[in-house]
Design a protein around this ligand. Structure first.
Ligand SMILES: Nc1ncnc2c1ncn2[C@@H]1O[C@H](COP(=O)(O)OP(=O)(O)O)[C@@H](O)[C@H]1O
Ligand SMILES: [Mg+2]
Length: 305
C-alpha cells in the first residue's frame, strides 16, 4: 500500500483489512473533520439575481442575512454548529500558517480548497472558511475565485453585481493593477478577487508564470493575510494540479457518502509530497461535534492536530 493509500485510510478511519476500492467515503469518521449537511442551502438560486446596493464607503455588501438563512456562516451566527465546525477546520490551518511552530512548507498562508470531483462543496467550504477566518482578530482573508470555468464564490456571497473583472483579467493584461480588482466588503477583513471574464486561454493563464508571481506576492505582501483559493476539481482539470503546486496547504473536500474512495486517493496522488493536506468530510448527515481531527500528509510525515 502506498503512503497516500495509508494516509487516506487513516483519515477515513479504515482499518487495515477493509476494502475501499469501490465504496464511497463513509458518512462519518472519527479522524476527519466533518461538516454537516445544511438544510435550506439554496445559494445558486437565491443569490443569482439579487441586486446589491453600493455602500456609501465603497465596500461591497455581502448579503449576510441571506447567507445565514441559507445555512452558511456569518458574523451573526458565531454560536451555531456550522461556526463550530469551521473553527475546527481553520484551527490547524492557522497554526500551520502562523503558529510558533509554523509548518516547514513554502507559503503556508496560501490555502487551496479543492476536491476530486465537481459538486462536492469546494465553494461552500471556501466561503465559510474565509468567513470564519475573517472573524478572527488577527487575520485578513483574500478569497480568490480560482475555479474560472465554474466561478461560484461571488454568487454565494451575493456579490454578482460587484466589479466583474478579476483573476483572468489580471493575468491577461499586465497593465491592470490588482488594487482595481480587489473587492472590499462589509466584512472588514474579507476581500474577494473574482474569476473575471471568460477567456479562451484561461487554463493556460492559471498555469502561467504570472499566476506564480501573483500568488507569491499575495502570500508575502501582508504577513497576517490568509489567501484562500476556491479551486477546480483535481481529477477534471489540469489547472487544479498546477495551482496545488503554488500553495502550502490543501483542503480536500470530500462529499460524505458520495465520493468514491478511489477518487480521493487518485486526487491526492496528484498533489506534491511537500503539501500539508487536510480533509473535510462535507455534507455529513450525522452530528459532527465529536471526533474532530485533521490529518496531514506533508513533509514532516503524518501529524495530527
Ligand atoms: N455542507 C453542505 N450542506 C448543504 N449543502 C451543501 C453543503 N456543501 C455544499 N452544498 C451544496 O452542494 C452544491 C455544490 O456545492 P459547491 O460548493 O458549489 O460545489 P463545488 O464548488 O465543489 O462544485 C451546492 O448546491 C451547495 O449549496
Ligand atoms: Mg465551486
Amino acid at each position: 500500500m502506498s503512503s497516500i493509500e495509508k494516509f487516506v485510510d487513516r483519515l477515513m478511519g479504515n482499518g487495515p483489512g477493509r476494502t475501499e476500492q469501490g465504496g464511497a467515503v463513509p458518512e462519518s469518521s472519527g479522524t476527519t473533520i466533518s461538516t454537516t449537511r445544511q438544510s435550506g442551502v439554496t445559494a445558486e438560486q437565491s443569490f443569482t439575481n439579487v441586486t446589491r446596493q453600493a455602500q456609501a464607503d465603497d465596500t461591497a455588501a455581502i448579503d449576510l442575512e441571506r447567507m445565514q438563512a441559507a445555512g452558511m456562516l456569518t458574523p451573526g451566527n458565531t454560536r451555531s454548529l456550522i461556526a463550530e465546525e469551521y473553527r475546527a477546520i481553520k484551527r490547524p490551518l492557522l497554526k500551520n500558517a502562523f503558529g510558533s511552530r509554523a509548518a516547514p512548507v513554502e507559503h503556508p498562508n496560501l490555502i487551496m480548497v479543492t476536491s476530486s470531483l465537481p459538486g462536492e462543496g469546494k465553494s461552500f467550504t471556501a466561503v465559510n472558511l474565509a468567513m470564519s477566518i475573517a472573524m478572527e482578530m488577527d487575520h485578513t482573508v483574500l478569497l480568490v475565485e480560482a475555479d474560472v470555468a465554474k466561478p461560484a464564490t461571488a454568487r454565494y456571497l451575493g456579490l454578482m453585481n460587484s466589479e466583474p473583472r478579476g483573476l483572468v483579467d489580471y493575468l491577461a493584461d499586465d497593465k491592470l493593477s490588482l488594487e482595481e480588482l480587489l473587492i472590499r466588503t462589509n466584512v472588514p477583513k474579507l476581500t474577494l478577487l473574482r474569476a473575471g471574464r471568460s477567456h479562451p486561454h484561461a487554463t493556460e493563464l492559471l498555469a502561467s508564470q504570472s499566476m506564480r508571481r501573483l500568488t507569491q506576492e499575495l502570500s508575502q505582501r501582508y504577513s497576517d493575510r490568509v489567501v484562500i483559493l476556491d479551486s477546480p476539481p483535481l481529477l477534471l482539470s489540469s489547472e487544479a494540479v498546477v495551482l496545488s503546486g503554488l500553495v502550502g496547504q490543501v483542503v480536500m473536500v470530500v462529499e460524505s457518502g458520495m465520493t468514491p474512495q478511489r477518487a480521493v486517493k487518485d486526487a491526492l496522488s496528484l498533489l506534491g509530497p511537500d503539501k500539508i493536506i487536510g480533509i473535510v468530510l462535507n455534507k455529513s448527515r450525522g452530528g459532527s461535534s465529536q471526533g474532530y481531527g485533521y490529518g496531514y500528509y506533508g513533509p514532516s510525515g503524518y501529524g495530527r492536530d
